[in-house]
Design a protein around this ligand. Sequence first.
Ligand SMILES: Cc1cc2nc3c(=O)[nH]c(=O)nc-3n(C[C@H](O)[C@H](O)[C@H](O)COP(=O)(O)OP(=O)(O)OC[C@H]3O[C@@H](n4cnc5c(N)ncnc54)[C@H](O)[C@@H]3O)c2cc1C
Length: 291
Amino acid sequence: MTATAAPASAPFRFFDVRVARIRRLGPSMVRITFTGDRLDDLASGGRDQRFKLFLPQPHQSAPVFEDLGEGWYTAWRAQDPAERPVMRSYTIREQRPDPAEFDVDFALHGAGGPGPAGGGPASRWAVRARPGDRLTVLAPAVADNGGVDFRPPPGTDWILLTGDETALPAIAGILAWLSPGTTTKVWIETGHAADRQPLPTFADAEVHWLVRDPAAGRGEPVLDALRAADLPGGAPYAWIAGEAGTVKAVRRHLVGERGFDRRAVKFTGYWRRGATEEDLLAELTATAGGR
Ligand SMILES: Cc1cc2nc3c(=O)[nH]c(=O)nc-3n(C[C@H](O)[C@H](O)[C@H](O)COP(=O)(O)OP(=O)(O)OC[C@H]3O[C@@H](n4cnc5c(N)ncnc54)[C@H](O)[C@@H]3O)c2cc1C
């Protein structure tokens, strides 16, 4: 495949990338650093910058597209699902200019574990990734782009962040971006105590790490901790991400029981228990078609 078919002014463009380095961050996460010939043109907006990752099928050495122009999405959807690249949403954890590269932290959700083949295509790919492996990404070419959701309005007095491993890269990016002294309360749910990682910030941040208890089945550690928490006064801005059911429950608690202004709560389901990203995309497409 050749890179970059969209016009240079488009906020998002295709980039061919390859794996430069791999580092295990803990039992549930692996950091993959990507490099590529045109990465000087990639411009992350920081915070929770989202982008699309395209993985080759297991029998391919690089993603195979039929069209990378403006009609790429229609062409991609029309491609044979066994041949077309697998599309997934991820966060740019950090971008560095020299050498041009960026990190993506993958939650493994069972892939590579002792049980039978856990995880989905993306987490399985991340577990097996080797330097030189090739991918395509649809990533921002301008820093001020629609793939950044964390945008506290003027007048915000304090910030609340919650998420699981999948939201941890975004939470890290948000904490790195916040102004010095910003009052910030953070709740992060992980599978293991060893998944904790340093979260450098100038904000006045209080970070609560919550470890899921396998014996508690489908417990809701973030919701339980929030219910018990003393929250600051003043105007909050909340950013919630992670499993869709948990996100919904946390939002309901903040708006319904804590009286947060619903416009000051940015919430995004990053994944849904029992559903692949294809399932979620199919639902979205059906909803859009039904309107
Ligand atoms: C805007 C956005 C940003 C995101 N950023 C990141 C990121 O930086 N890092 C990251 O790791 N993820 C991130 N995610 C979540 C990631 O896209 C999903 O976890 C995705 O489903 C992984 O793809 P997969 O191929 O491994 O699994 P899929 O094929 O999509 O799903 C296979 C099965 O695994 C389950 N599953 C999916 N994710 C998890 C999980 N975390 N824990 C347990 N079970 C799971 C599904 O419910 C399904 O049953 C982001 C999602 C969005 C929308």
